[in-house]
Design a protein around this ligand. Sequence first.
Ligand code: PMP
Length: 486
Amino acid sequence: MNKIVTVDWLPDKKSKEPVYQQIVNYISRKISNGDWAIGYYLPPQRVLAERLKVNRSTISIALDILKSYGIIEGKSGKGTAIISNTWSIMISSNEANWGSYVKSGFFKENLPTIQLINKLEFVEGITRLGTGEMSPKLFPKEVITNAMNSLTPKMSNLSYLGPLGLDELRETLSHRLKSFGINASPSNILITSGSLQALQLISISMLKPNSKIFCEIPSYINSLQVFQSAGMKLEGITMDSEGLQYWNMGEDMKCGGVSSLLYTIPTHHNPTGIVMSEQRRKEVYKFCSRNAIPIIEDDAYWELYHGEKPPKSIKAMDVSGSVLYLGTASKSLAPGLRIGWVVGPESIIERLGDVKMQLDYGASSLSQMVLNEVLINGSYDEFLIQFRTILVRRKNRMLEALNHYFKDIAKWNNPTGGYYIWLDFIDEVPVEKLFNEALNKGLLLNTGNIYHVSKTNSLRLSFAYVDEELINQSIKELSRIVRSLV
Ligand code: PMP
């Protein structure tokens, strides 16, 4: 017979702290102070939910977090066992002082909401309404399988590659970029482990501490700490329907003598979906050239247009080498390949490649071969055609649901590409409370404040991840929750 612990506590539903977090804290405390010993079992989820007077989904979120800490474990057919109490040693502030180690070092911690989202995304049964990734159900299995099948007989090794990555892939990308108006020879291209790594390489190897990074308000870059970890400051610039209002970058572009830089996502912007107009692109390029401000152009979503092609990238008009262009296979093929590329002047590419060698000695050789294969055999482009149609269908479903359930309480855009709908509530909605209430109902949200501190009344919705048949009911449920909060 399993020894089952006694639960004699109730969460405080009026507390600001989310209920699942209170449950995590309660169970952690019981285990760390020795009340509940290793080898004991928790009551079954249904019983726990009844005893704590909460939904089963709240219990399952809390237990998944505890599992991720490694202190409980599901034993098949037996229930959930307590397997470790090292958690108490790890995070208690007066033991071995791990706390100071955990928070020291070069990298800043992720924003708390992002840390939570990163964990909760893997909780079973949760509906991810804001995730910036294609649904696993859309994974182009045949494309990848065929590429692997034709690669294996040809593959003579899986050795390390040169500092800039697989020559054949750089050659292929060089051709492909030409069709987008970008003139880049293979020596102008560095393969990275995703474009996130490209950003990290740039921040640690090219920019000085205290540099100022201009970016859109809101911006994906605010959800990361890459630049801040390297001692740089982000400065947000407003947008209109044509994109970045560059004239607001003002006179004070140098920061204590240290130069500044512009990070922009001009096409199908993350998180707002805005496309910078052709005219605005020209003006931004001219303005930055005149003021000697280099540009990082993050073009993760260009190929995901829903109808008409967007304007050419800013890089396509770059004659002075002042634009570093970032591309990735993550949004249009598979993020797990972890392959991205930077395009720029040879001297910069060499420098970034050298630093990359010091960090990880190259992106996965296998992933690079796979990407090269699907690009040259045409299956990547065939998949893109299908994928765009699927994105449009999913977007329309979400727009229909929003029209039905949100018309009187929010405003949103109809994006012409990419994954995202940006939603602004008309009246004040406390988004932190909304995040927690939605989570209690099994909906995971990406609230606007992740993308800029001022965006406390907005949501980034994504139609790329959520199951198509769940779109309507999730939006309906979300509307019910929002209405209960205003
Ligand atoms: N840039 C933008 C604008 C993104 O949205 C993302 C992914 N969310 C990335 C970069 C990072 O992508 P990767 O998987 O290539 O690191």
